[in-house]
Design a protein around this ligand. Structure first.
Ligand code: ATP
Ligand code: MG
Ligand code: MG
Length: 389
């Protein structure tokens, strides 16, 4: 569909699913990551680059081979991206923009920027790594409050719940040597997420609002659409689209939010890339978040409807279940085998070596109703067959 070659910084599961989507459009993709990274297994090429997306020389090597650079992880070297933006000008598209990646990769700067622009989010402040400073935060926000690493955070690694003054030494020990910020506690009733697509011309549109359930800070389940009233879905969509419209650069963005008891919605964080809460779109929508990202960064057509881009409309209700590594190698395959015997379920494995708690794959379940999806999920989780499956 397009002769432009796309370079992807990072070759984990998100990169892998981007390559799958690009391959169907016969768009060539080159990956920068370690040898045999999940994304490299999909499209073998001598031209992939071996190295780290945090290494300037390796990013430059990839940039020489491609027309468009994109990311599957935000923890990349942005200094070199700014340099490339200047040096290459029109010859190299970088999506999302280096400025967006830099702003988002520091979670405190991201939040400060959003709050300054009137996006509802929890009150927060950067904080020094001292007991006195953390006690002051406790006096101001009350307990519990959330202490977070500003950078290099994922799957809650970088977060510490400070439940009382007594937790402070432990919090400092755990988040030792990381730049920190503190956030007011959000007593949410549900976590919501919206995947927003930003096109090269800056227009935004989105997939439906979904509900995410985290277990030990890692995304466990996604319900699409979210099991909340339409008015709440709409409110989340409006907030997410407004937030993403503040950034620059094309592509898909994942917006995480908290729904509070009083109906208020606060933005938690933004990922400037495909996101775990959008994996259901592979089987639940005509166009997945991965294909949408490719189309947006390449400037390929995206049909529109009044409610968003037309191809995002889900056919069905969907649930996504993350498959994490267990204690034994390959133990995660047990649940995948059960999924293979379940109507409407599809298994997506990422080609990784098992480690306990590692994201090894996911299962998408689609059905005509959410009740039916939940019945099928129960069968996959417990192994007990039900009449409706
Ligand atoms: P991700 O893998 O999504 O990038 P992360 O490491 O950046 O995760 P966050 O999204 O900041 O971490 O937080 C992880 C989870 O911790 C959230 O999904 C939510 O369940 C909980 N959480 C985060 N901030 C707060 C808060 N201020 N109040 C209450 N719970 C919170
Ligand atoms: Mg995060
Ligand atoms: Mg998060």
């Amino acid at each position: 569909m397009d002769r432009q070659v796309v370079g992807i910084l990072g070759g984990g599961q998100l990169g892998r699913m981007l390559v799958e989507a690009a391959s169907r459009l016969d768009v060539k993709t080159l990956i920068l990551d370690a040898e045999n990274a999940p994304a490299k297994q999909i499209r073998a090429s001598d031209e992939h680059v071996t190295g780290s997306f945090a290494d300037a020389a390796a990013v430059r090597e990839l940039a020489e081979k491609v027309d468009v650079l994109t990311i599957e992880i935000e923890h990349v070297d942005t200094t070199v991206l700014f340099e490339l933006e200047k040096e290459k000008g029109e010859k190299l598209q970088i999506h999302p923009s280096p400025a967006t990646i830099k702003l988002i990769q520091d979670k405190f700067l991201q939040k400060e920027f959003l709050l300054k622009n009137g996006v509802a989010a929890a009150e927060c402040e950067s904080v020094e790594s001292t007991e006195v400073a953390l006690e002051k935060v406790g006096e101001k926000y009350g307990y519990p409050y959330m202490l977070k690493s500003r950078t290099q955070a994922y799957d809650g690694r970088g977060n510490f719940v400070v439940s009382s003054k007594d937790d402070i030494p432990e919090a400092l020990k755990t988040l030792h040597s990381r730049p920190l910020y503190a956030e007011k506690w959000c007593p949410f009733t549900k976590e919501l997420a919206v995947m927003v697509l930003r096109e090269r011309d800056g227009s935004v549109s989105s997939y439906p609002t979904v509900e995410t359930v985290q277990k030990d800070n890692i995304c466990h389940l996604v319900y699409a659409p979210a099991r909340v009233p339409d008015s709440v879905q709409l409110k989340a969509k409006v907030l997410a689209e407004r937030a993403v419209s503040l950034f620059s650069g094309a592509g898909i963005y994942g917006v995480e939010m908290f729904l509070l008891e009083n109906g208020e919605i606060l933005l938690n964080e933004i990922a400037p890339r495909p996101h775990n809460s959008g994996h259901y779109t592979i089987d639940g929508c005509a166009t997945s978040q991965f294909e949408a990202h490719m189309r947006a960064i390449l400037g390929l057509p995206i049909p529109k409807s009044k409610t968003g881009f037309a191809l995002s409309t889900p056919y069905t209700s969907a649930i996504m279940l993350n498959v994490l590594g267990g204690a034994e190698p390959d133990s995660e395959l047990e649940i995948c085998r059960r999924a293979l015997t379940t109507k409407g379920a599809t298994v997506h494995l990422y080609g990784k070596t098992t480690r306990p708690g590692r994201k090894m794959g996911h299962i998408n379940i689609v059905a005509g109703s959410m009740d039916e999806c939940e019945t099928r999920l129960a069968q996959i989780q417990t192994g007990e067959s039900s009449s409706s499956s």
